[in-house]
Design a protein around this ligand. Sequence first.
Ligand SMILES: C[S@@+](CC[C@H](N)C(=O)[O-])C[C@H]1O[C@@H](n2cnc3c(N)ncnc32)[C@H](O)[C@@H]1O
Length: 353
Amino acid sequence: MAQIDPEKAKLVAQSIIADVGTFVHGGLCYIGDRLGLFKAMAGAGPLSAEQLATKTGLSERYVREWLGAMATAQYVQYNPHDNTYLLTPEYACALADEDSPFFIGGYFQMAQAAVTVAPKVAEAFKTGRGVPQQEYPASFFEAAERNSRTRYLHKLLRKWIPAMPQVVERLKAGGTAADVGCGGGRAAIMIAQAFPKAQVFGYDVHAESVNRARHNAQAEGVADRVTFEVLDGAQLPAGKFDFVSTFDVVHDAVDPIGLMTAIRRSLKDGGTYLVQEVNVSDKVEENMKPLGKMVYSVSTLYCMTTSLAHGGAGIGTAMGEAKARELAAAAGFKHFTRLPIKDDFAVLYELRP
Ligand SMILES: C[S@@+](CC[C@H](N)C(=O)[O-])C[C@H]1O[C@@H](n2cnc3c(N)ncnc32)[C@H](O)[C@@H]1O
């Protein structure tokens, strides 16, 4: 065995225990999200375990243990003098307020769902094949929708689409838009709400997501103006759209070049394709940050793996701009512009034939 430095080994062990703590604490955050504990604490001021248990109708013993985990993780502030726990406004907007621009509470639901598939992904490591979407629990896709809804709510209509004036002009005048890989349909629904004259379509290969999108459109009162269909984007009709978008789709696609080629062909003259991807590099050394750790893990547990399940490209979430440019050129797009939008999570490319 190689010589080890016992002091360094001790620090390594401590940091791994901290990571294991973070991992299992994530399970308790999933429970807090699912059972409405964070929402019950938001804006409520300091609460005892009894008060929180009464407010949520849950077992006091479980709630007290959960609060211990939240306090030691510093998600809530504990006051030992009166045995109360406080969810500060900053944690409340991150974990409880689904309309806040800072909301990220849905990521625990997504992580929990992804980890349930880990044994199947482990098998795929041996074969090089993948795990198809149908093997993932519905809650994975519901969580993805919760997470992206917040992004769209604060950015899609306020920053992303306004950065392309020709798109605004066409949609205002009654143009046609398609969101490909629409998931639960939130982007298509918001586009339909913002541009009442536009005809909006949402397409996805995942039937469960398309059903949820239809339900969401009904609930939002735009079911007559946005049409959701189960369709592979590679089969889009030609020459139909003024605007096509893909949000977090290209890196997941089985055949990204085939998909982007079909999108180019589906555009009318002067049409625009907006690609949103995750704002990370394709170089490991440039992703040494918390988002990098999450991205490679989610990519392995879902994005790359669902693409490989169908013999696909398996690009992975850390796609980077160089790869996006390469795919766009291979798909026949002559104009590629990275939109000048500063965003920790998202990167946006405007493509035109
Ligand atoms: C990470 S999810 C993003 C969903 C949605 N755009 C959002 O931001 O919430 C990627 C979606 O793309 C869909 N997808 C992947 N390849 C596709 C293709 N070729 N045609 C249509 N949908 C596709 C998947 O089924 C999945 O719903």
